[in-house]
Design a protein around this ligand. Structure first.
Ligand SMILES: CC(C)(COP(=O)(O)OP(=O)(O)OC[C@H]1O[C@@H](n2cnc3c(N)ncnc32)[C@H](O)[C@@H]1OP(=O)(O)O)[C@@H](O)C(=O)NCCC(=O)NCCS
Length: 160
């Protein structure tokens, strides 16, 4: 799927594949203080009920997002956009694709974890109707920090 963002730039969103992992891992190490290992991305692509999307600009990966489906429960396990492309709706395009998966599997809610210090991500999630569910102590390492568990419910999927 391709979409236009500001300045008429074209962003292509497609499924993540194994040959993307070198670039994604490079970005993951740049972006996060506690990056996922390469194996986590392989598992994400090959595992049943796991998956991911990448965002490309001019055939170069500039963002990615991963999910996990467990029956009525969906998890947004990772989302990141390179700094130069932030605040141009790239994460929104990635999230939209994950929301289509949530719809396809008729999940009742989408969960995620975020550091309380990650103000930009929290603001992004709030904008997309995620609410605080609870705080999980000392969940993150490098540096150690609690996690905020956030949720978005889908009332039309199931009986919740
Ligand atoms: C969180 C992240 C994925 C958002 O990506 P993005 O492509 O910039 O997001 P979008 O452009 O789709 O959405 C932008 C909206 O999110 C919110 N937002 C994003 N960054 C923000 C910031 N620095 N300050 C305040 N609000 C912010 C705002 O509502 C913003 O809308 P606005 O630009 O009209 O004010 C990006 O900041 C990122 O990659 N961060 C590093 C990785 C990370 O922390 N991932 C989440 C781990 S839980």
């Amino acid at each position: 799927m391709s979409s236009k963002i500001e300045n008429n730039e074209t962003i292509v969103i497609r499924e993540m594949k194994i040959s993307d992992i070198d670039r994604i891992f490079e970005l993951e190490m740049e972006i996060f203080s506690d990056p996922w290992g390469r194996d986590a991305f392989v598992e994400q692509i090959e595992g049943e009920n796991w998956g991911g999307f990448v965002a490309e600009s001019q055939s170069e990966i500039i963002g990615y997002a991963c999910y996990y489906i467990a029956y009525v429960e969906a998890h947004l396990t990772n989302i990141a956009v390179v700094e130069k492309f932030r605040r141009k709706s790239v994460a929104k395009l990635l999230l939209d694709n994950i929301l289509q998966i949530v719809e396809k599997f008729q999940c009742e809610y989408l969960l995620l974890e975020v550091r309380p210090s990650n103000v930009s991500a929290i603001s992004f999630y709030e904008r997309h109707d995620f609410k605080l569910l609870y705080r999980r102590p000392n969940y993150y390492h490098s540096p150690v920090e609690d996690a905020l568990v956030m949720v978005r419910y889908f009332e039309n999927n199931g009986d919740m």
